[in-house]
Design a protein. Structure first.
Length: 166
């Protein structure tokens, strides 16, 4: 297909970037969509974390678009931003299973952003210049060890009698 054909099909550069942005966040959502019926919440969150890492490696260009700045001329459309919101809501729902049933949405979102920042932080470090400064050959293993510590901390803190559950 010619460049003109692609631009026409997607109605210009904005449409192409929006399609890639949506595709990237749909991949994130799929990575977070784990079967929670046959595993503990801890194992489900860790499985989703592994899936996220594998996706980030496989779809590096998509992750650069959705989490980075391609250039100053691209601003995701409302539909594209909705794909990101849906991915974060899925993560919040999944990570929220680590907390007591009485946990409110802000508590679940806080736990979700903590997990996401750790997992994605390693992805960002691997994909950027720091990978030239530090040996990142075992980045997935390091990420998962850190994720396990964080998930265990979230579980422990939420079970503590002094934690705020109201």
């Amino acid at each position: 297909m010619s460049t003109i054909g692609i631009y026409s099909h997607f109605k210009g550069k904005q449409g192409i970037l929006d399609a890639l942005y949506i595709e990237g966040f749909e991949a994130v959502s799929r990575a977070l969509n784990v079967d929670t019926r046959n595993q503990t919440p801890r194992d489900a969150v860790l499985q989703a974390s592994r899936n996220y890492l594998n996706n980030a490696e496989k779809l590096e260009a998509h992750y650069s678009l959705i989490f980075g700045k391609l250039d100053g001329s691209y601003e995701p459309s409302a539909d594209a931003r909705m794909a990101g919101i849906e991915a974060f809501e899925r993560l919040t729902e999944l990570v929220g299973t680590l907390l007591p049933g009485t946990a409110r949405k802000p508590e679940k979102q806080d736990a979700a952003i903590r997990v996401w920042s750790v997992i994605h932080g390693f992805v960002s470090l691997r994909n950027h210049a720091v990978a030239q400064l530090v040996d990142m050959s075992d980045w997935k293993e390091r990420t998962m060890k850190t994720a396990e510590m964080l998930v265990d901390d979230i579980i422990e803190a939420s079970a503590a009698p002094w934690s705020s559950q109201s």
